[in-house]
Design a protein around this ligand. Structure first.
Ligand code: FDA
Length: 501
């Protein structure tokens, strides 16, 4: 048995973990949250918590000597990335051969770095992906609950139509409409009232100052400000930072023992300890949770785990692309970093695509229309445990992106043809028009109903739960965090009502 003990431990502090922490705290369960990143609360020497996007410093990325931004180039020049010193920065890029995955690091996980887009999937597609989940309950109860808790809000359409900050989106909308395509407003967790005040000069700028992937200093309702603040408010939850969970084993006396490694801001290991708990909730994200469970199964620590742990991974069909507009179709030097509009062609059965109209805020007019396409890709990857490095490796081949690239190309070829425009090849490296070598939406690895039961209970080991994006089987058709949150709410309600504590 371990020297230190907590009734419940939550690993990670992103969406799923934050829901688990709040619901445990509200149920009166003393809970410790272990997060490998830092708490983003204290301003640096520049007076800001997060670094600027145009001149990123050590706070930008997780232990790097140079930043690795998704758009590495402009006009084929490496003008975007900067040398930095290694530090537990807020954005990580995990490189697995043919596929790189961006994730957030710190209290709040991905909510610290993401674009805040908060759509709810098509009900029919949700049911196709998660057929054993009661959709009435999700759409009637847990989606509305998640949206309210996360602070999801809508842009004021009149302001959208008039502001310079969304000219880029209106230009892309015009080209989509010329092509006979439908666009929709996409809700967000960035406070649009704050954004309006930024534009009016009455609030400090964040979305209107280029901030997003290295953190927003204002305006964004990340889960540290919503779920986790409420969890701490119960008085039952504590959060420990710079604590990485590296191993899990059963406690012969019941429950689990975690091996936890603490680091300092230079990345030096300052200690390794064991922590015991009765109930263990894994919210380390698709990559983190899958790695913890795969390692435990393959090293024999948790031998009864399902053979399905490590399977069913997908990138939600993510592909980025960009078009060059005519000189008269300006996108504006001023661009909000929070997307507010999407091209919604998901009901086109022959070629379903939901493409978010993405900003490219460079502070000058560049005539580029940028998109993050979410496509329906049936391919799935898997993780294998590599004993030599004691880590999980993602097996995903480049050609598994073909359905996604083809679908995006089909849609944007139509838009280009109709508007007599062309792709940009200078933005993603390698002279490519489609960026299919990275994703923002890692999903799966411990799929609901496969690696776990229908509520996230790990098969074979009672008291062990998965609460994050690793439950989602690789594809949702829209940006995923509202669904991850709603599923966690649903599963936690069942677990707290039924399971012994
Ligand atoms: P999440 O990844 O949020 O949290 C996991 C946490 O666990 C992290 O804080 C991590 O540091 C920690 N951790 C991992 N391993 C650990 C270990 N061994 N020990 C301790 N802690 C550990 N989605 C969306 O819906 N709308 C959007 O607009 C966007 N945009 C977007 C932009 C960018 C740049 C990124 C990177 C991502 C997005 N996303 C998004 C995706 C979204 O952020 C993502 O789906 C969720 O954050 C996933 O939530 P989870 O709860 O699964 O884990």
């Amino acid at each position: 048995a371990a020297a230190h003990y907590a009734p419940a431990i939550v690993v990670g502090s992103g969406y799923g973990a934050a829901v688990a922490a709040l619901r445990l705290g509200r149920a009166g369960v003393r809970t410790v949250v272990l997060e490998m990143g830092r708490l983003w609360e204290t301003p640096g020497s520049d007076g800001k918590v997060f670094p600027s996007t145009s001149a990123p410093d050590q706070r930008s990325m997780w232990f790097r000597t140079r930043t690795e931004a998704p758009l590495a180039q402009f006009l084929w020049l490496d003008v975007v990335n900067r040398d930095i010193s290694p530090y537990p920065g807020v954005l990580d890029r995990v490189n697995y051969g043919d596929m790189s995955v961006y994730v957030g690091r710190g209290v709040g996980g991905g909510s610290l770095v993401n674009g805040g887009m908060a759509p709810t999937p098509r009900r029919a597609y949700f049911s196709e992906m998660l057929p054993r989940v009661d959709a009435d309950e999700m759409y009637g109860t847990y989606y509305p609950l998640a949206r309210a808790m996360l602070g999801v809000n809508d842009i004021d359409p009149a302001w959208f139509e008039s502001t310079e900050w969304y000219r880029f989106a209106r230009t892309s909308r015009k080209h989509a409409q010329n092509t006979g395509l439908k666009t929709v407003f996409v809700p967000n967790v960035y406070d649009f009232a704050h954004m309006k005040a930024e534009a009016a000069g009455t609030a400090p700028r964040s979305a209107l100052a280029g901030e997003v992937i290295y953190g927003n200093n204002h305006g964004k309702k990340s889960v540290d400000k919503t779920y986790l603040a409420a969890a701490l408010g119960t008085g039952n939850v504590t959060i420990e930072t710079l604590q990485r969970v590296v191993a899990v084993r059963p406690d012969p006396a019941g429950g689990y023992v975690l091996t936890v490694r603490s680091i300092d801001l230079a990345g030096r290991v300052t200690g390794t300890r064991e922590l015991g708990c009765a109930q263990l909730f894994l919210g380390a994200g698709s990559l983190g949770t899958t790695e913890i469970l795969l390692r435990a199964r393959e090293t024999g620590a948790l031998p009864l785990l399902s053979e399905k742990v490590g399977l069913g991974w997908g990138h939600n069909g993510n592909v980025m692309t960009a078009r060059a507009n005519h000189l008269w179709d300006t996108v504006g030097a001023d661009q909000s970093t929070m997307p507010a509009l999407g091209i919604d062609d998901w009901d086109n059965a022959a070629n379903p695509v939901f493409a978010e109209i993405a900003p490219l805020p460079m502070g000058f007019e560049h005539w580029i229309s940028m998109y993050l396409a979410i496509t329906r890709n049936p391919e799935r990857g898997s993780f294998t445990y590599d004993a030599a490095t004691d880590s999980a490796r993602l097996n995903w081949r480049r050609d598994q992106n073909t359905p996604s690239v083809n679908a995006a190309k089909n849609l944007f070829d139509r838009i280009n043809r109709r508007n007599v425009t062309v792709y940009r090849h200078d933005l993603f490296g390698g002279n490519r028009a489609f960026a299919d070598n990275f994703t923002y939406h890692p999903l799966g690895g411990c799929v609901l109903g496969d690696a776990t039961d229908d509520f996230g209970r790990a098969k074979g080991h009672p008291g062990l739960y998965v609460v994050d994006g690793s439950l989602v089987p690789g594809s949702l058709g829209v940006n995923p965090f509202v669904t991850i949150t709603a599923l966690a709410e649903r599963n936690m309600a069942r677990i707290l009502a039924q399971d012994p504590r």
